[in-house]
Each structure stands twice: as C-alpha cells, then as structure tokens.
Design a protein around this ligand. Structure first.
Ligand code: GLN
Ligand code: ZN
Length: 770
C-alpha cells in the first residue's frame, strides 16, 4: 500500500559514522591500505545502521541517498554524468574518477570547493558549460533505495533539486560570457524525470527534492525557472510523490511558487523562518488555496544547532499550522534542514557537565524529538504526556540555570560607552606606530602559525592524555617557540610570531579557556570530504577567567628585539565556528566574546606586546543569505570586532586577517573595523583583491598574500617581486606589507623556509626602489 503522507521525518542525516568510520575507511582507501571492497562494506554498514536506526526510532518516513563518500553535490554531478572531461578522461574506475574530482590529481586540479550556503559544510562546485550534456550516468539513489528495501526499510530518496543544483554551479572555464548554468535547466530536467520514473518503478512512494537555493535572494527569472521545473517534473504521471524542501532560511516568494506547483508536499524551515506559518495560513485562507491537498512538513526541530527543542513552542507552532490549514492541508513534522550539521549522539559525551548534557540534542535525540512531536500532533499531547513532561523539564532547567547568566558580564556590557569601541584618529596612530615600531618599508611578517610538525602534535596529544605533565609540556612548547623565533630572525622577517604550536584549532583553543563554552569529545561534524570538526558549544555568558596567550607571547618576545605579534581569534569567528546559544540575540553573545578577547588584548599590551592580530576569517561567511539582513549582521559584527581592539594605545598596532580574496558585500565593513593592518589572501587571484579594496576607499595598510599556502609550490623571488609590483600599482609603498596568504600550519618546513626566504629577499630588493 502506498503512503499518502510523509508524516514525521528528518531531511537528512550525518554520514561520516558515529566514530568517523567513513573518514578512516576513505582515507585508508586513498592511502592504499583499504581496498574498494572493504570501503564499500564500511559504507554499506553505515547506511544500514542509519536506516534501521531511523526506522526503529519511529519516523514515518526515512530518507535515503543521504550517504556520500565525499559530498552530495559531487554525487549529483556524477549522477548526472556532468563531471568535467579532465577527470573522465583519466581512465580511472568510477570511484577513482569521483575522488579525482574531489581532490585533484596531477594535471587535473580538483573541482573548486565552497561553502554550502551559510553553514560550515563545503561542497564541490559543479563546472558546467553550454556544451555540458546530462545523462543518468549512475544509479546511486536507486541502488540505495533498493538496498534499504532489501534490508526491510522503505525509504524516501533525497535528491538535490535541479534548480538549486544549477544555481550552485559555476560556468566551466571557457564558457561564453553570457552563459549561466541555469540555462541548462531544459537539459537537466529530462534526466531528473528519468530518475524519478525509475524510482517509481522500483517502488518509491516519495522522493525529496532539496531546493535550499531559494532561501537566498533570487531573481524573478530564477523563480520562473523554479516554477517551470516543478511544473515539468510534477506534471509527469510515472513518478513518486514529491516533497520539495526549502531550508536554511525563508523561502519568501518561492513558497508561493511551490505551493502552486503540482508537487505533493513542502518541507519548510520554521526555525529560521517562523513567519512561514503565517504565509501558509494566508495561503490557506485565500479562496483558491494553492496548498489545498498538499502536505506541509513543518521543520520545527533545529537541524543546525544542538539544543533540545522547546516542545511547547514547537507544539504551539504545529497547532497553529493545523488549525489554520486543516483539513485541506495536512501537517507533518520534520527537522528544519538535514541533520548533517550536528553530531550523532549526545549520550557519547560522558565528559560533559551532566546538566549541560541534559539541554542538548544531537542527531539521534533530534530524531526522537521529531517522533515525539509527530505522535503528539496525531494522537494529542495526552498520549505522550510523560515524554513531553521530561522534555519540558529539560527546557525549563536550561532557562533557569544560573550558569547561563553571569551578572558581572551583564553589568560590564551595560556600562559600555561608545568610546569603548572607538580608537583615536588613524593618522595619529600611524605616527605613533612609526615611533614605537620603527619598521622598514614593505615590512615582512607571517599570519601566525608555523608548520605543526608531527612532534608538536604528538606533544599536544600526550599532554591532553596526561602522558606528559605540565612542566614537560611547557618546556617542550617553549623550545618549539624558540626554534621558530630563531628561524624567523635568521630568515630576516620584521614582525615575528610565536608560531601557535600550542593550538589545536584557532577557535577550540580559546573556547577551552573561556567560561560559557564547552567542548565535546565525539561531537564531530563533516566540514568537507573526510575533514571533520568539533565545534565548541557556547552555552552561557562568556568571560575570560585568566590570560590565554600572554605567557607564550611574552616568552617569544623575551627572545628577540624584533616585535612579536600577539595572535587572537575574533568574536565573529568564535561564533561562526561554534554552536551558539539560541536564548539571546547573536549580537549580545558576540559582545560578550568581544569583551573576553578585549581583556586578552589588554593583557598582551600591558605585557609589552606592541602588535596584536585579531583573526576574523569567518566575518564574510556569516553574512545572511538575504541581503535585507546584511546591514543588521554587519552592524553587530563590526561593533563586536571594534570592542576587542579599541582599548589599546595609539602606538599599539592592530592587525586582522581574513582568508579570502573576494570581499564583495563586506567591503564597507572592512574599513569600519578600524584596524591598522589587514592581511588577505591574494596570491591566487594575482592581487585582484587590492583593486576592490582601493575602490572601496580602504585607507589602512594591507598585506596581500604573496605565497599561496594552499599549494606545496615554493614561489621564487621573481614571482613574489612581480606580485608586489602589481600591488604597488594600487597601494602606496608606505601601506604595503609582505606576507603569505594564510597560516603555515598545514605546510612543511621544506616548503615554508625557502618560500619565506624568497619573500624576504623580494621585499628587501624592492625597498630601495619604491
Ligand atoms: N593565525 C591563524 C594561523 O595562522 C589564522 C588562521 C586562519 O586564518 N584561518 O593559523
Ligand atoms: Zn587565513
């Protein structure tokens, strides 16, 4: 019998394995330690465990095709037969062709990688040109559907929707200027139709098509293409029922377009867009109720954060939806987006404070929440009163917990005055810093980290596991810092760094030392491919009980006469790469973190550190998907940054670093954070970024990277000189710094030493000529 409703479901699930089994198997395969058979056995086991787990938990509808060896966008490109010829011409097996596109091989550089909307997941960008043809080249969604069915689980295959797929693509190199990948819609729709037909034939009742691109601003033409796509796909007879999922933000006008289209169900992200309830109600009230006969899967369980759902709030939302929409629109319960963005299981976190653990919900717990809410919706709250009471108690406990609110932090914030976020005039600072630092023209420096050798990593791990005591660890770290200082002196760099050997990660290192943050043991989330991160959990008011970096920085400074740059992570990046509290505005949390960083800045300065860098590589990625919300975001982000650094003396030089070359919408913010020096990525784009900066009126010193640290290649003196000459066409010599693109921690000394030597030589040779 075929299922008429989706009911309760999740839009997607983590796939790396509860213990990162997939990461180990895939990396083992790349290293030649694991053969293809073994790799596919590991993958199959993970898929089966996921399906069985979701079915056993009581979901009405279980998703499939959420597994991926590397990335679901790359899977889609392979499925559609649209991998660029530079990979398919390699004559490799299907799997190796796929990995070649993901990672590159000599002479066939990998597909570009970029962020999946405003999350920290990264996907591989399809490269499509006017000549791209699409065919159903693979059968992964079908195979997984059948695999699940054979294991006794009926599933709903999940596909990346055709319009979002094309909107995520970029024109292939050589495509004509006017070409947009979306021009290929007519070419791709028949393949989707064919696939839907095959899935129907295999027995699939439902297929989910993800269209998150419509949570961002879209043109009327793009909305028209969405309409056409679903009119075409929905208009076919030999197809499963279609659930179209929009998530990560408000669908806006796309909601109406999809409502009018011949699909059976829509999944809405009511966590990021609570107002969608009103939109649905409005549609239902209209005479020609476009949603009539459809199902709305209400995404009330947050798929991208780790807090337990407030069941009463969720039930109220569901009740409102049902009361305004029923009986013509049926209501299901879901997650706001895929659970890809959260770790597997809270109960694995035995090291967490027990009370905090009670407030958290990872993927497994979120599934249970969806099931619970689904039952409450169907059978009434009374039927699940006990479970609701437990959930309610946790929410209440969190709301009342003393450790969330620190009156000292709140009082400090309340007492802030505008001048606390304002430095003196920039020209005055330039003069003061000339006197305090006495740097040559075109000063040379690095972005902070030096190569993290196996020995450094081993030491940190041993210290963490208490195999190395504090004294021994400190001595070893000091030895490393001394080595790095001597090397920089030998290389002739002007502003030195301590090299960051003590840091596992630029956010986690600070999170571990601040109150209000917790870190997990197993809370891994896929960042891209086999790379996983463990975002800290920011749960309460933030303060800094003790200095975090001063000891290392002052030790480094004690070894040398040259200025050593103190190195901190800024508040916006701390938030962007953590799970943040949802019980107060982000702006308030940012100001708390800013005050903690400000304390560190103050202590560094008091300890004699004259140059302080506050890294904000995530400033741009936090930009909301909708333009109408940019100003609000940039307002609090800039204010938080300024709060960290505005307390220093004129002679203290403030740097920031951002890891990208395209500033676009955040250019105005780059000036208003009011730093003295900014370093940015520029080597790959051959200094293009400087033109944008200059045009925006950026008036501070800038260090455009002259060494692409993402590549093992060592740039020679000539090449660096060339880049600097290009830079000098736009930036005056008294404002230009010379540095690599980013931190050096992922590189080896064999590349870093000669690269930095060439960098210093180029700067020195150029000085007398400018
Ligand atoms: N200071 C950090 C480093 O050098 C900056 C890292 C980053 O920009 N992501 O590693
Ligand atoms: Zn960087």
């Amino acid at each position: 019998m075929s299922e008429q409703r989706v009911g309760s479901t999740v839009l997607g699930y983590p796939r790396i394995g509860p213990n990162r089994e997939l990461k180990r198997a895939v990396e083992g395969y790349w290293a030649g330690r694991v053969d293809e058979g073994e790799l596919s056995r590991v993958a199959r086991r993970l898929r089966l465990d996921t399906w069985r787990g979701l079915a056993a938990a009581g979901l009405d509808s279980v998703p499939s095709n959420t597994f991926s060896y590397y990335d679901h966008v790359l899977d889609t490109t392979a499925l559609l037969g649209a991998l660029p010829a530079r990979f398919t011409d390699l004559d490799l097996s299907t799997l190796d062709t796929y990995f070649a596109a993901a990672r590159g091989v000599p002479h066939a550089p990998a597909l570009e990688m970029t962020k999946w909307f405003d999350t920290n997941y990264h996907y591989l960008v399809p490269e499509l040109g006017p000549d791209t043809t699409f065919t159903l080249a693979e059968r992964k969604p079908l195979d997984e559907y059948r695999e699940a069915k054979a294991a006794g689980v009926e599933t709903r295959p999940v596909l990346l929707g055709p319009v979002t797929y094309l909107l995520l693509a970029k024109p292939a190199p050589g495509a004509s200027a006017g070409f947009r990948p979306l021009d290929l819609l007519d070419a791709v729709l028949p393949v989707y139709a064919e696939l839907l037909g095959a899935l129907a034939e295999a027995g699939a009742d439902w297929v989910q098509l993800d269209e998150p691109a419509f949570a961002a601003d879209r043109t009327p033409a793009e909305l028209a293409e969405l309409e056409r796509a679903y009119a075409t796909l929905g208009g076919r007879r030999d197809r499963p029922r279609l659930l179209v999922a929009g998530y990560l933000g408000a669908l806006g006008d796309a909601l109406g377009v999809l409502a009018r289209s011949p699909v059976e169900a829509l999944a809405l992200d009511l966590v990021s867009d609570p107002a969608a309830v009103d939109q649905v109600a409005g549609t239902a009230a209209a005479k020609d109720n476009a949603l009539k006969g459809k199902e709305v899967v209400a995404g009330v369980v947050d798929g991208r954060n780790v807090w337990r759902t407030d069941v009463d709030a969720a039930l109220a939302t569901l009740a409102r939806l049902r009361d305004t929409a029923a009986p013509e629109i049926s209501v299901g319960v879901g997650t706001s987006c895929s659970l890809l963005h959260v770790p597997y299981d809270v109960s694995a976190e035995t090291g967490l404070d027990e009370r905090l653990r009670g407030w958290l919900s990872f993927a497994e717990q979120k599934v249970a929440e969806v099931v619970l809410l689904g039952r409450a919706l169907r059978a009434g709250a009374g039927a699940v009163a006990g479970e609701l009471a437990t959930a309610r108690a946790a929410t209440r406990d969190r709301a009342s917990a003393g450790q969330l609110r620190d009156p000292r932090v709140r009082d400090r914030l309340a007492a802030l005055r505008p001048e606390d976020a304002t430095r003196t005039d920039h020209a005055r600072r330039v003069a003061a810093q000339r006197a305090s630092l006495d740097l040559p023209l075109l000063p040379t420096t690095t972005i902070g980290s030096f190569p993290q050798t196996a020995e450094v990593r081993r030491l940190r791990a041993a210290h963490r596991a208490s195999r190395v005591d504090a004294t021994e660890y400190r001595a070893a770290m000091r030895a490393e810092i001394e080595r790095v200082i001597r090397l920089q002196e030998d290389l002739g760099l002007d502003v030195l760094v301590h090299g960051e050997p003590e840091r596992n990660d630029m956010v986690q290192y600070f999170a571990e030392q601040l109150t209000g943050f917790a870190t997990t043991e197993h809370g891994w989330v896929q960042s891209y491919g086999t790379r996983c991160v463990r975002p800290p959990i920011l749960y309460g008011d933030v303060s800094r009980p003790a200095p975090m970096t001063v000891e290392w920085a002052t030790f480094a400074q004690s070894l040398t006469d040259r200025p050593v740059k103190g190195m901190l992570t800024g508040p916006v990046t701390m938030l962007a790469w953590s799970f943040v509290r949802d019980d107060q505005p982000l702006a308030d949390t940012a100001r708390q973190v800013a005050l903690a960083v400000r304390d560190e800045v103050h202590d560094l300065e008091a300890a004699g550190i004259r140059v302080i860098q506050v890294d904000e590589p995530a400033l741009r990625e936090g930009l909301p998907l909708r333009r109408e919300r940019h100003a609000e975001y940039l307002g609090w982000a800039v204010a938080a940054f300024r709060l960290t650094t505005a307390g220093v003396a004129d002679g203290t030089q403030v740097h920031t670093h951002m890891c990208y070359a395209e500033f676009g919408d955040i250019l105005p913010a780059v000036e208003s954070i009011d730093v003295d020096v900014i370093s940015v990525e520029a080597a790959r784009s051959r200094m293009e970024v400087l033109g944008d900066l200059a045009e925006s009126g950026f008036s501070r010193a800038v260090g455009p990277g002259v060494h692409d640290i993402h590549s093992p290649r060592v740039p020679d003196v000539e090449e660096i000189t060339e880049l600097l000459r290009t830079a000098l066409e736009v930036v005056s010599a008294d404002r230009l710094w010379v540095n690599p693109d980013c931190g050096l921690k992922t590189r080896g000394y064999a590349e870093v030493e000669p690269a930095l030597r060439n960098l210093v030589a180029a700067a020195r040779a150029l000085r007398p000529t400018v």
